[in-house]
Structures are given as structure tokens and as C-alpha cells.
Design a protein around this ligand. Structure first.
Ligand SMILES: Cc1cc2nc3c(=O)[nH]c(=O)nc-3n(C[C@H](O)[C@H](O)[C@H](O)COP(=O)(O)OP(=O)(O)OC[C@H]3O[C@@H](n4cnc5c(N)ncnc54)[C@H](O)[C@@H]3O)c2cc1C
Length: 207
């Protein structure tokens, strides 16, 4: 898989992800898997705890909390620092990136990139100075970057309605791939092939 090979985007760049619902964990998964130092802060108020998914392509039926447990394990396995239960209380730009403070209050965390994934709560994006649309959601393009360079917004916070887990996961992936492309200096693909699965799991389990 990509994070085990020499084609990782950068060992040095770091990403702060605020919010550990489907959008934030997807961003964290792609970032950590591909070699970026990744920290995720999450208050565990995700709507997924109220959901049961029958509409997530490729998954027949799964409880929302069960989906989250698998997603968290996946992100942990790829080496992200998931700070469950730690709420971000403020965000700001620094000379070379971003800094966040949390309710644990001991120190600031700094990162080169910031991914906001705070669900329908858009307060941190407002605090950072991100532009909003006429529909009062955070203004982003298809790569999920906000009007603040290197700051991304993903998931429910960028949509007035039409909220779905699959869309949030796609938003998070788009943000992380854009960060990886910036780091690599060319379009980045996180493509694995059957040989990668064979190498990791052996021929019997690769399917
Ligand atoms: C009753 C119900 C049923 C649903 N059923 C389905 C369904 O069947 N299929 C489907 O596809 N979708 C369903 N959804 C929608 C789906 O749950 C959302 O689209 C999805 O959860 C949005 O993901 P998100 O990551 O954008 O936000 P969320 O899942 O809301 O996650 C945001 C996370 O950010 C954290 N957070 C916020 N602010 C901070 C902060 N300052 N610091 C740290 N953490 C913070 C929160 O604690 C939360 O964990 C349902 C929603 C509801 C309410």
C-alpha cells in the first residue's frame, strides 16, 4: 500500500483535522495513509450515532456507530493521532500554517494544513475568516479548499442540506488528496492494486 512504499507525499507536512465524523476521518485516513503527520480532534457528537446505513454503496447494511468504530480503527491503523473527546476551542493562522487550542488547554497544536469537518457547526470556519455562500455554508470548490489558503472544509458544513455519509466521506478524501497533490507538486493518486493486498494479507485473503 502507498504508505509502505517510497512514493509517500511528504514525511514532514502535518495536517490538523477538526471533527471525527465521516468527513474528518476520511480526510485523516487519506492523509495518514500517505505519510502526512495527522492529528484528529473529535467531540463524538457525529450524527452517525443516530443513523443506520442502507445507502452506502458497497456496504449492504451497517449501524452508524458500528461504521464509526470500523472507520476509527482504520484511521488508527494508518497512524493518525486520534484525540477522541478533545474539542477544539479556537483556530488561527500562523506564519507557516495553523494553530488550534483545545478544551484540554495544555498547549497549542500546530500544522501546515487544516481540515475542518465539524458537521453543521460552522463557528470555527467563521472564526478563521473563511468566506460563506449566500446559503450561509462555507464556500469551497471541488477540492474542498476554503478561501483561506491551505484550510479545507468538508461534509455537512459545506452543504445547506442533502447530507449523506457517502458525500461527507468523499469530501474528506478530496481535501486530503488536494493536500497530497500540493505536497507532491503533481496530481496525487492513492491507488492500490491486488498485489498490495496479497503482500499484506497473503493470496488466500487478498480478495
Ligand atoms: C437521524 C439521522 C439519520 C441519518 N441517516 C443517514 C443514512 O441512513 N445514510 C446517510 O448516508 N446519512 C445519514 N445521515 C446523515 C449523516 O449522518 C451525515 O451526513 C454525516 O454524519 C455527516 O458527516 P460529517 O463528518 O460532515 O459531520 P458529523 O457526522 O456531524 O461529524 C462532525 C464531528 O465533528 C465533531 N466536532 C464538531 N465541532 C468540533 C470541535 N470544535 N472540536 C472537535 N470536534 C468537533 C463532532 O463532535 C462530530 O463528531 C443521518 C443523519 C441523521 C441525523
Amino acid at each position: 500500500m502507498s504508505n509502505d512504499t517510497d512514493d509517500t507525499a511528504s514525511e514532514d507536512a502535518s495536517v490538523l483535522v477538526v471533527g471525527g465524523g465521516p468527513a474528518g476521518l476520511s480526510a485523516a485516513l487519506f492523509a495518514a495513509k500517505n505519510g502526512l503527520e495527522t492529528t484528529v480532534f473529535d467531540g463524538d457528537d457525529t450524527w452517525m450515532h443516530k443513523a443506520h446505513l442502507f445507502n452506502y454503496l458497497g456496504i449492504g447494511s451497517v449501524g452508524g456507530s458500528e461504521f464509526m468504530a470500523t472507520a476509527r480503527q482504520q484511521v488508527d491503523d494508518f497512524g493518525a493521532d486520534r484525540r477522541q473527546g478533545e474539542e477544539v476551542t479556537s483556530v488561527r493562522e500562523t506564519a507557516d500554517g495553523f494553530a488550534v487550542e483545545t478544551d484540554e488547554g495544555e498547549h497549542e497544536y500546530e500544522g501546515d494544513y487544516l481540515v475542518l469537518a465539524t458537521g453543521a457547526n460552522r463557528d470555527l470556519a467563521e472564526e478563521l475568516g473563511c468566506a460563506f455562500t449566500d446559503e450561509e455554508v462555507v464556500d469551497v470548490g471541488v477540492d474542498m479548499e476554503t478561501t483561506v489558503e491551505d484550510a479545507y472544509a468538508t461534509g455537512a458544513m459545506v452543504r445547506p442540506e442533502e447530507w449523506q455519509a457517502a458525500i461527507a466521506v468523499g469530501d474528506g478524501a478530496a481535501a486530503a488528496l488536494n493536500i497530497l497533490s500540493k505536497e507532491q507538486g503533481e496530481h496525487y493518486h492513492d491507488f492500490d492494486v491486488p498485489a498490495d493486498a496479497e503482500r499484506l494479507f497473503g493470496e488466500e485473503l487478498a480478495e
